[in-house]
Design a protein around this ligand. Structure first.
Ligand SMILES: Nc1ncnc2c1ncn2[C@@H]1O[C@H](COP(=O)(O)OP(=O)(O)O)[C@@H](O)[C@H]1O
Ligand SMILES: Nc1ccn([C@@H]2O[C@H](COP(=O)(O)OP(=O)(O)O)[C@@H](O)[C@H]2O)c(=O)n1
Ligand SMILES: [Mg+2]
Length: 231
């Protein structure tokens, strides 16, 4: 199993701040530009962790598949792990299912344990953790249990209308891909996601990517972030 050896500092040559309103409060996020940010050098023996954030239908899973192909990451989708848990008939299955149906967030303890098991059973050291953390609670639980922070955080920024259109056309038979659940998921995303984004933005780890365009166009914005890594 891998063990974290040392953290590497992150240098960002360029950043700007943007103000936005959320629930009546004003937040300021520091944006870093993907083309001008540097990522730490990964080494075998310590995990290189990328969190992949974005609303439902923003294209996280689709871009993860491209990153895996180009850069040899192991893709761990929190949603897929939870759906697998339901399908396996586990004791947590029914509570996970009703939580997903309501568009809410499964208790972090459950999700982090599933992610930890996947990481520990992998021979790889480069991980894409997709759809996680979806809340500050998720983020803190990961840090406490795994004992480390991500090296890179991607945020696929997509307008709501586009996300709704994509989710309704996804056609994977998911219980949460219907208009009622999508509305709830977007509300929860809006409420819980921004503090996480803000946190990583302030730590200089956030790469915000405009998720509108073709899959290939978006991947061309992702590619330079990982270019220093070999497959
Ligand atoms: N850039 C894109 N333009 C149009 N449709 C897309 C794009 N990226 C992904 N999709 C489609 O949108 C749906 C949601 O994509 P997915 O990768 O599952 O998003 P997420 O994991 O963020 O929910 C899928 O049907 C996918 O094929
Ligand atoms: N960290 C996470 C990730 C997903 N989930 C649940 O799983 C659902 C589906 O997550 P997903 O990542 O597969 O969804 P998409 O954003 O890919 O559409 C979420 O709406 C939550 O109900 C969670 O509770 N906690
Ligand atoms: Mg997904």
């Amino acid at each position: 199993m891998w063990r974290r050896v040392a953290s590497v500092s992150h240098l960002f040559s360029h950043s700007k701040s943007t103000k936005f309103n959320q629930g009546g409060s004003t937040f300021k996020i520091w944006e870093t530009f993907t083309s001008e940010s540097e990522i730490p050098t990964p080494s075998k023996g310590s995990p290189f962790i990328t969190f992949v954030l974005g609303g439902p239908g923003s294209g996280k899973g689709t871009q993860c598949a491209k990153i895996v192909e180009a850069f040899g990451f192991t893709h761990i989708s929190a949603g897929d792990l939870l759906r697998r848990e339901i399908a396996s008939g586990s004791a947590y299955g029914s509570v996970i299912l009703s939580t997903i149906r309501e568009g809410k967030i499964v208790p972090s303890q459950v999700t982090v344990q599933l992610i930890q098991k996947e990481m520990e059973s992998s021979d790889n050291y480069k991980f894409l953790i997709d759809g996680f953390p979806r809340s500050e609670e998720n983020r803190k639980a990961f840090e406490q249990t795994i004992g480390t922070e991500p090296d890179v955080v991607l945020f696929f920024d997509c307008p709501e209308q586009e996300m709704v259109k994509r989710v309704l056309n996804r056609n994977q038979g998911r219980v949460d891909d219907n208009i009622d659940t999508i509305k709830k998921r977007l509300e929860i995303f809006d409420e819980l996601n921004w503090p996480v984004i803000n946190y990583y933005s302030q730590r200089g780890k956030l790469h915000k990517i405009n998720a509108v365009g073709t899959v290939d166009e978006i991947f061309e914005k992702v590619r330079p972030i990982f270019a220093p890594l070999s497959k």
